[in-house]
Design a protein around this ligand. Structure first.
Ligand code: HT7
Ligand code: ZN
Length: 854
């Protein structure tokens, strides 16, 4: 049976208390011995012992309490090993296995593999079964004692080091953990080291391990780790619980990073940073992901998930916590806007298409396909809503109770909600729909104003509905917290933010005793992940852009103005001047945060315009959207040439590069101005900046601006010459060319790049750079001749047998295919069918493609 159902959960019939492992590391033939201390859960009920074990795991020996098992009692079938109940005692016993695996043949990067001569592991979600036979499920938790034999100089595993001698290291992890948190690293590595003393006085040794030569780029990661440890103590009262915390940077890695207990493994792009090689965005992301993985120590490791359906229990909460951390470290307003932008571009897109699913799905074929924007980002939004509903104190009480009650547990979403109910007295049964229902609710708001002797009355009438999603044709109303403020005609706030709690399909809220008709600022702070529609003219939007006291709502008003202009233009209407004038007033305000001004100046992306059109029932035309966006950008540049030029000059940052929020904000505004100015000055400023800038943020911005204007070839060559040996910079080099290519040539440019010798496509970062670069070029990927679809399908087919996780993940480039015109739909469908027809297609990619075609 291929599908897994939430309803089928049953506890593992054996209790596993301790796991001892021995690794004899050899690239092609690693031997792994495991000794599992097991006991029947119910001694009166004899059950077969079923262990998970990948097909490439070769069983060498198997014994119970020191006695080799009779082969008649052992069944090796598919991805399991079953030991008959008859061969097992009704009391605690020791199961010992020895297996052989071949890390050098592991191109899927799940289990134990080799990256650049270094052994490393990735076990979430189900990678441990490629290392040894084991109950590879998150609710089976054990202490681990690991011995590693190898000639390599650095040998690491989870927990605390308990012995180190020539060619051998021994590690003990006292905290019971599921197998997905196991990790092992062995290689020629160097460390940047520091220490942290927890508030109860435990001194923790900290190491960031990188390859020799990369040590000078690991300092920022270490600073971020120390800040994270302090923040989790200050804000959540959570202390670290081992003597060491190790981070290792690895070049070949399927995702961003992994929270293995005491031994976090990171994609090197989320550790290594220097001003010359990393952008401000990279720095911010490194800080956030280091924090995210560290925060998992409590939300994920000490309290883990009962089963993979509960993935958002750890991921939604940990994303929410890393978002809070970044807000505290940088600008809360800017962070909120960035998070909403990311949610809309990734999660709303997912919710609108054939891959829509709830934050807690109840069925899957391949769990790796559910590490999605819905589980992560929407999972975090749901927690933000809970906090808004119960208040800051209620949230704190609930979290304290969660940590007290569930420390050491493998918990569920029900456990999580019960904690909130018990801590606050609230009934959360309706709220639970946010976890179980897919789709983005559409919220409409209508206003009615009645003047009166004793002051006027404003009635806000809301209706909510959620469109059908796969398997969920009808939805019941959800609890929606709607944060609203009222602004008087002179721009003063007449009613500060209050949270209206909508629970019905239609509901009215009345404000009385108002002096004059106010302007409504709704969904402040993006108080719920919904699509709000309201009738609003451009003058009101411009008013809110100028006066709203809520930074998100202010930015949103500008966004709505821009989108209205772009959507009109994409449908052939002339663009009015409201947006262009309003944006000019906003960016001229030198008192406003430069990062906020930059966010307002950056036009909505083409994908976002397409998403908005499609939500309004209009078929998006990628070429028309591209032209409309280009022409609005030019209009802005022409109308505000002097202002933009002044901003460009004023925002130059003097002195050495610092990746902090203040300097990064100035660079972001300067770069936004540069992108517009390059449309007018023939690339003069960008060419100069590329030549003189000492940091990657400005060089990349300059190069992007040039490439978008069909220039920049000399700069591309220069970047290549300088950084040919730096994989992370070369990833940018590949990505930017596909992303900034003129749409008609984008697929051809991507194809030519893919034929280069240095397109090391088996490296996930490089593959993502090129394919993700192209799919980020909306009009290029959706070229009417189908060239973007064909290129992508060809490469997905090539990647699938090598690394199915990456192929399946990148197939989401197609997830919006049904929203386009018939010609494009036919071509996209043909590409998807070609993938579906491939012999031996992985179950990862098969599941994705069949959901997209269904
Ligand atoms: N919990 C991790 C998710 C994950 C992963 C990481 C790296 C490679 C493969 C992976 N599969 C799942 C990362 C996180 O969310 O923190
Ligand atoms: Zn996570």
């Amino acid at each position: 049976q291929n599908t897994h159902d939430l309803a089928d959960y049953r506890p593992y019939p054996f209790v596993l208390s301790a796991t001892r492992m021995h690794f004899d590391l050899q690239p092609q033939a690693t031997r792994v011995r495991a000794a599992l201390s097991l006991a029947p859960r119910d001694p009166d009920r004899a059950e077969d012992l079923v262990l998970d074990g990948g097909k490439a795991v070769e069983l060498l020996s198997l014994a119970v309490d020191g006695e080799a098992l009779d082969p008649a009692h052992v069944l090796r079938e598919g991805e399991t090993l079953t030991i008959a109940a008859a061969a097992l005692p009704p009391h605690p016993f020791l199961l010992e296995t020895e297996v052989r695996i071949d890390p050098s043949a592991n191109t899927a990067f799940e289990g134990l593999y080799i990256s650049n001569g270094m052994f490393c592991t990735q076990c979430e979600a189900e990678g441990f079964r490629h290392i040894t036979f084991y109950p590879d499920r998150p609710d089976v938790m054990a202490t681990f004692h690991v011995t590693i034999d190898s000639d390599l100089p650095v040998l690491l595993s989870n927990g605390n080091p308990v012995g180190q001698s020539q060619g051998r290291a021994e590690w003990h992890d006292p905290w019971p953990k599921p197998s997905y948190l196991f990790a092992l690293v062995a290689g020629d590595l160097v460390a940047v080291s520091d220490s942290f003393t927890t508030r109860s006085g435990r001194r923790v040794a900290l190491n960031v391990w990188v390859r020799p030569g990369d040590g000078d780029r690991a300092g920022f990661a270490m600073e971020s780790l120390i800040k994270s440890m302090k923040w989790d103590e200050d804000v959540y009262g959570r202390e670290y619980d081992l003597d060491v915390f190790n981070i290792v940077a690895v070049d070949d890695f399927n995702m961003g990073a992994m929270e293995n207990k005491g031994l976090n493994i990171f994609n090197s792009k989320l550790v290594l940073a220097s001003p010359e090689t990393a952008t401000d965005t990279d720095y911010e992301r490194i800080e956030a992901v280091i924090a995210h993985e560290y925060f998992h120590n409590w939300t994920g490791n000490r309290i883990t998930c009962r089963d993979w359906f509960q993935l958002c229990l750890k991921e939604g909460l940990t994303v929410f916590r890393d978002q809070q951390f970044t807000s505290d470290m940088r600008s809360a307003a800017v962070k909120r806007i960035e998070d909403v932008q990311a949610l809309r571009s990734r999660q709303f897109r997912e919710d609108q298409g054939p891959l829509a699913h709830p934050p807690r799905p109840d069925r899957y074929e391949e769990i790796n396909n559910f590490y999605t924007a819905t589980v992560y980002e929407k999972g975090a939004e749901v927690i933000g809503m809970l906090k808004r509903l119960v208040g800051d104190d209620g949230y704190r009480r609930a979290l304290d109770l969660y940590f007290d009650r569930h420390d050491g547990d493998a918990a569920t979403i029900e456990d999580w909600l019960t904690v909130f109910e018990d801590a606050t007295g609230r009934d959360l049964s309706q709220f639970k729909r946010w976890y179980t229902d897919a789709g983005t609710p559409r919220l409409t708001m209508a206003e009615d104003w009645q003047p009166g002797e004793a002051g006027g009355t404003l009635t806000l009438a809301f209706t909510q509905d959620t469109p059908p999603t796969p398997g969920q044709p009808e939805k019941l109303p959800r609890v929606i917290p709607i944060a609203v403020g009222l602004i008087g005609p002179n721009g003063d706030e007449v009613a500060p933010t209050q949270v209206l709690e909508m629970t019905e399909a239609s509901q009215r809220f009345v404000f009385q005793g108002l002096g004059s008709r106010p302007v409504v600022s709704a969904l402040r702070g993006f108080s719920a992940p919904v699509m709000l529609s309201r009738r609003q003219d451009d003058a009101t939007r411009a008013f809110l852009l100028a006066h709203d006291t809520d930074p998100f709502a202010r930015w949103e008003a500008g966004r709505d103005l821009a989108l209205a202009a772009l959507i009109g233009a994409a449908q052939g209407q002339a663009v009015g001047s409201d947006y262009v004038e309003a944006i000019g007033r906003l960016i001229a305000d030198d008192g406003a945060d430069p990062a906020f001004r930059a966010l307002c100046l950056n036009l909505p992306g083409e994908e976002e315009i397409a998403t908005r059109l499609s939500a309004e029932g209009i078929t998006p035309d990628p070429d028309a959207i591209h032209v409309a966006r280009e022409s609005l950008a030019r209009q802005i540049a022409e109308a505000h040439l002097d202002l933009l030029s002044r901003i460009y000059d004023d925002m130059a940052v003097a002195g050495p590069y610092r990746p902090d929020a203040a300097d990064a904000a100035r660079r972001s505004l300067r770069n936004a101005a540069l992108a517009l100015l390059t449309r007018i000055d023939g690339g003069e400023r960008a060419e100069i900046l590329f030549g003189i800038a000492g940091n990657m943020t400005e060089r990349l911005a300059a190069l992007t601006a040039l490439l978008r204007r069909g220039k920049g070839q000399a700069e591309l060559a220069a970047l290549h010459d300088q950084f040919a040996g730096n994989r992370l910079v070369m990833d940018k080099w590949f990505a930017i060319q596909a992303m900034a290519a003129p749409p008609a040539q984008a697929a051809a440019i991507a194809r030519a790049l893919s034929q280069r010798k240095d397109f090391e496509w088996k490296n996930p970062n490089r593959f993502r750079a090129l394919l993700g670069g192209l799919s980020g070029n909306h009009a290029g990927f959706h070229a009417a001749d189908g060239s973007g679809y064909d290129f992508t399908a060809d490469w997905l087919l090539r990647m699938d047998p090598v690394n199915p996780q990456i192929a399946a993940r990148m197939s989401t480039a197609f997830e919006t295919w049904t929203r386009y015109d018939g010609g494009r739909r036919a071509k996209a469908l043909a590409a998807l069918e070609q993938i579906a027809a491939a012999e031996g297609l992985s179950k990862n990619t098969r599941e994705m493609v069949s959901r997209m075609i269904a």
